[in-house]
Design a protein around this ligand. Structure first.
Ligand code: ZN
Ligand code: ZN
Ligand code: ZN
Length: 239
């Protein structure tokens, strides 16, 4: 299978298999440097709860990868046309953005925007942003990757994305819902999934013992609100 070119950095994206909602599996293209997913047509709505947990696992595994802001314009991996910025409202209420090909080849979403779409992330209120701004000056926009000085701005000045954070309550509720759905759907696989996660954790702590913690990867990564949240989600999943 030909690799898909990342709409932002133009490097080959990595393919990952996720369980599809009705049957079989779906292969999605991910770029961890750009923190983005390419969906052919309407792939996103078809991932199972277990597939979304799998995605969290991947985000966690790649949390130390180099990050870079999204290119402007983004280009369709199929026809190279510019992707068009779109805005939608998730079932749970949050607004999320994405970039779609006018020729209907698919769409590109950042991981963060995808989490908003799936109800894991909520927007901060103005008061909450002000509280956060006292401790944290500049954060990384989860829509486009640009730095946002939240002491001054309550949304990204570049792409207008709101300031969002992984919502512990929503995550816990969503996971309960997802795990329940997953148990109902694939009872036999739940144990296997648990085993896989445990294995991965053992491997990780082994690696951690071998190499010292990397130096702080830089201001922008250090205050990625959603990466911090992904760590939290990981701990919930692990429990
Ligand atoms: Zn990329
Ligand atoms: Zn296209
Ligand atoms: Zn932005």
């Amino acid at each position: 299978m030909q690799p898909t070119t990342c709409p932002s950095c133009r490097k080959p994206m990595s393919k990952h298999r996720f369980e599809r909602l009705l049957h079989g599996e779906i292969i999605l293209d991910l770029c961890f440097e750009c923190q983005g997913i390419w969906f052919d047509e309407f792939e996103s709505v078809q991932i199972t709860p277990g597939g979304i947990i799998e995605l969290f696992k991947l985000l966690h595994e790649h949390r130390d990868d180099q990050r870079q802001p999204l290119a402007d314009p983004l280009r369709c991996p199929r026809c190279s046309e510019k992707l068009i910025h779109g805005l939608d409202v998730a079932k749970h209420g949050g607004k999320f953005n994405y970039h779609r090909c006018l020729q209907k080849h698919g769409r590109f979403s950042t991981f963060a925007q995808f989490m908003i779409e799936k109800g894991f992330v909520r927007q901060l209120s103005n008061a909450e942003i002000d509280d956060l701004a006292v401790k944290v000056g500049t954060i990384r926009c989860n829509g486009c990757g640009a730095p946002v000085d939240i002491r001054r701005d309550h949304a990204c000045t570049h792409c207008r994305s709101p300031i969002a954070i992984l919502d512990p309550q929503a995550v816990e509720q969503a996971l309960a819902r997802f795990q329940h759905a997953e148990v109902k759907r694939t009872t036999a696989d739940v144990e296997a999934l648990g085993d896989a996660i445990v294995m991965r954790e053992r491997e990780k702590s082994r690696l951690k013992r071998q190499k010292p913690e990397p130096e702080n990867a830089g201001i922008i990564d250090a205050i990625d609100l959603l990466s911090a949240g992904a760590e939290f989600v990981w701990n919930l999943i692990r429990r």
